[in-house]
Design a protein around this ligand. Structure first.
Ligand code: LIP
Length: 262
């Protein structure tokens, strides 16, 4: 896809992310029912309404593009929008101020552009995967190498309770190494924080494609090493996602490997 075609899509995604954020805030102010999904995650009427808004507006503008969203599904065969209408739904539902609208676009199975918008702070992390990410139009500083130790701060997400609980052992080992650890409950926003240098790394065992798609484009543009082994033939399945600054990424992968072998 030509750069002009991607830039046109990025410009619309930026406009729609703001409108979607305003819609989500409006629902929050009016109040809504919170339901439990089959995977025990929370969903509100706002999630569906925001996703429908984005799906319809993107389809109007680019009818040949595919669409894959957390709430309405779809497919990713061909140029595809991958949407998490409200990432951090549990925070949103309980009025904890850490959630975002995440709009990603993949071409040939790879991240091409991303918009991660935090409406509460009016902070938009956006860009093409072929260029450094922007925060509200300003280019983010290049990521500096960081050692695994007290100077590093990392985010983490839900830790599936696999046999032997490797995720918890990994968090414990990082804490032992002096790394500052945070779990803010919105993987898309946390990955955007890594791409923009606010955190040095993030990992989550079962992150979904819709959580990560937009931020992966920002990380690619930032030159941040990451591992996101999604199987696009089954786009609803989660994957163990890791992203970090240079040096920290390699040290984290080695630590995870050593723990698995012990
Ligand atoms: C959330 C992710 C978060 C994860 C939560 C949930 P949602 O996405 O952003 O990283 O730990 O379990 O999946 O469901 O709020 O869009």
């Amino acid at each position: 896809m030509k750069k002009e075609e991607l830039s046109e899509r990025l410009a619309l995604a930026e406009r729609l992310a703001r409108e979607a954020g305003a819609l989500a805030i409006d629902y929050q102010q009016r109040g809504f029912e919170v339901e439990l999904k089959s995977d025990a995650s929370l969903v509100t009427v706002a999630d569906g309404a925001v996703e429908t808004f984005l799906k319809e507006r993107l389809a109007d503008a680019f009818p040949a593009d595919r669409f894959f969203g957390e709430e309405t599904g779809g497919g990713v065969d061909g140029p595809s929008w991958i949407i998490d209408p409200i990432d951090g739904t549990s925070n949103y539902a309980r009025r904890r101020p850490f959630w975002c609208v995440s709009i990603g676009f993949f071409v040939d199975g790879a991240p091409a552009l991303g918009v991660v918008y935090d409406p509460l702070r009016d902070e938009m992390f956006h860009g093409l995967a072929s260029a450094p990410p922007l925060l509200n139009g300003t280019v983010c500083a290049p990521l500096e190498p960081v050692e695994l130790g007290p100077r590093a701060s990392m985010g983490f997400g839900s830790m599936e309770t696999e046999p032997g609980r490797p995720g918890l052992r990994l968090v414990g080992a990082l804490l032992d190494a002096g790394v500052s650890m945070r779990n803010f409950g919105a993987g898309a926003l946390m990955l955007a924080y890594v791409a923009s240098g606010r955190f040095d790394g993030y990992f989550e065992n079962g992150l979904k494609l819709w959580d990560a798609a937009a931020a992966l484009a920002l990380l690619k543009g930032a030159g941040a090493p990451y591992a996101a082994p999604f199987d696009l033939s089954e786009p609803g399945r989660g994957a163990p996602v890791t992203a970090a600054a240079p040096q920290l990424f390699e040290a984290f992968v080695a630590l995870k490997r050593d723990l698995a072998a012990s």
